[in-house]
Design a protein around this ligand. Structure first.
Ligand code: FAD
Length: 380
């Protein structure tokens, strides 16, 4: 029996553990630095059909229906709800079993961890990774050690494990944007059935339902320069004066209903610039540790799930060598679209915006374009 250690109990690590759990040839243990698994009550997540199909392999289809939602359309607006540009039928990519899904992140995490029990070891902050012959030895900040045959690194965008095994320090890059997120309920003027995407200047925001009970998720991405010190000063983002300074910069249409947003949180968005290939065929990266995208294509979680599934299959079939190359190809496609979306969503010149809106109206109806831009990503 092979022993598999997974570092990080986020979406990718937990999904990976669920896949291996079914195979008696592997013994899995998942380590997380936090004292409890962070479920951040409330906030939403969008899952496209590519990840829903894979989640169904661990019976996500049986997961309570009132806890998830299937929006039919993405409505594009210019600034506010009275200026609709066009809509995209996101449900065109659905089939009977796999539907574009939105839900609370906490519900997804609860679903993923519910059958893992003792396999999850919390309060285990990785501090050392030694590789000797075929054996991998892990040491944690609490002085505990663990030996395994395979190591799967899924400790997120700031991956400490990646730095422990590489000779050079690998840091993600600040994406020059802040994310403002929270929950809305009982708001007039909001579409409870679909995803609403509002395009502003250097700013876009998305509102979508996260259950069939009229809970709505709010997420805005705002261009914002931060100094090097500010980027690493996490305390700044809980400082009321700093938050006030940021909120003064949000467009008028948003500032009018900012008071209605509950559990409002602001944080800097970090992305990856490059890939890191390990020189040990038994050590692999998945999820944001493999590569973190700008959030404008809502593919981070879906790609985390996809990367976990591809690696699981490669290990089962002894084809681990192919995993990295295949994953890089798909990641590049998603990263290009994520960056392009952000550029187009944030245009500020009136003439460019006017042209963008004309193109957008045509493209959302162009089947060939949609198949290539979205369909290629939603296939796995
Ligand atoms: C603003 C924003 C909105 C987003 N919206 C969407 C969306 O709508 N749809 C979508 O698909 N994606 C979205 N994403 C992306 C998505 O959230 C991430 O891609 C996804 O959560 C990554 O999962 P992960 O498991 O790789 O990492 P994480 O969720 O970051 O999990 C990493 C885990 O590792 C643990 N860990 C960290 N360091 C250590 C250590 N030293 N030792 C042990 N454990 C450690 C952490 O505690 C954590 O539990 C969004 C991202 C942002 C920034």
């Amino acid at each position: 029996m092979s022993k598999i250690a997974i570092i990080g109990a986020g979406i990718s690590g937990l999904f990976m553990a669920n896949l291996f759990k079914k195979n008696p040839n592997y013994q899995i243990t998942i380590f997380d630095k936090n004292k409890t698994i962070n479920i951040e009550e409330g906030y939403g997540i969008q899952l496209s059909v590519n990840s829903v199909k894979l989640l169904n392999k661990i019976e996500f289809n049986r997961f309570q229906n009132n806890k998830k939602y299937h929006p039919g359309k993405i409505n594009f607006y210019s600034n506010n709800i009275s200026n609709k540009i066009c809509h995209l039928n996101i449900s065109d990519f659905n089939n009977e079993y796999c539907k574009y899904t939105t839900l609370k992140r906490s519900e997804l995490i609860n679903f993923l961890k519910k059958d893992l029990g003792e396999k999850i070891k919390t309060d285990h902050d990785i501090s050392k990774i030694d590789q000797k012959n075929q054996l991998i030895r892990l040491t944690f900040a609490n002085n505990q050690t663990y030996e395994c045959d395979y190591l799967i690194i899924s400790d997120g965008v700031f991956s400490k494990s990646k730095n422990l095994i590489s000779n050079t320090k690998i840091q993600p890059r600040y994406n020059n944007t802040l994310a403002i997120r929270g929950m809305i309920s009982n708001s007039s003027n909001v579409d409870y059935k679909n995803i609403s995407l509002f395009l502003g200047s250097d700013f876009h925001h998305v509102i979508y339902p996260v259950s069939s009970e009229k809970d709505l998720n709010f997420i805005a991405i705002m261009k914002y320069n931060l100094s090097k010190e500010e980027q690493t000063n996490y305390k700044l983002f809980s400082d009321d004066n700093f938050i006030k300074k940021i909120l003064e910069k949000v467009p008028k249409e948003i500032s009018e209903f900012i008071g209605e947003i509950k559990e409002l949180k602001i944080f800097p968005v970090f992305v990856s610039d490059d890939f890191f290939k390990t020189n040990n065929n038994n050590i692999h990266l998945i999820g944001d540790a493999f590569f973190a995208f700008p959030p404008s294509f809502a593919q981070g979680a879906s790609q985390s799930i996809e990367s976990a599934y591809e690696l699981f299959k490669s290990i089962e079939n002894n084809t681990e060598r192919d995993f990295f190359k295949k994953r890089v190809n798909k990641t590049k496609m998603v990263n290009y679209r994520s960056k392009f979306n952000q550029f187009v969503f944030h245009l500020s010149n009136p003439a460019s915006k006017y042209l963008r809106n004309i193109f957008l109206k045509r493209l959302v109806k162009n089947k060939k374009f949609l198949e290539s831009y979205l369909g290629k990503i939603y296939k796995n």
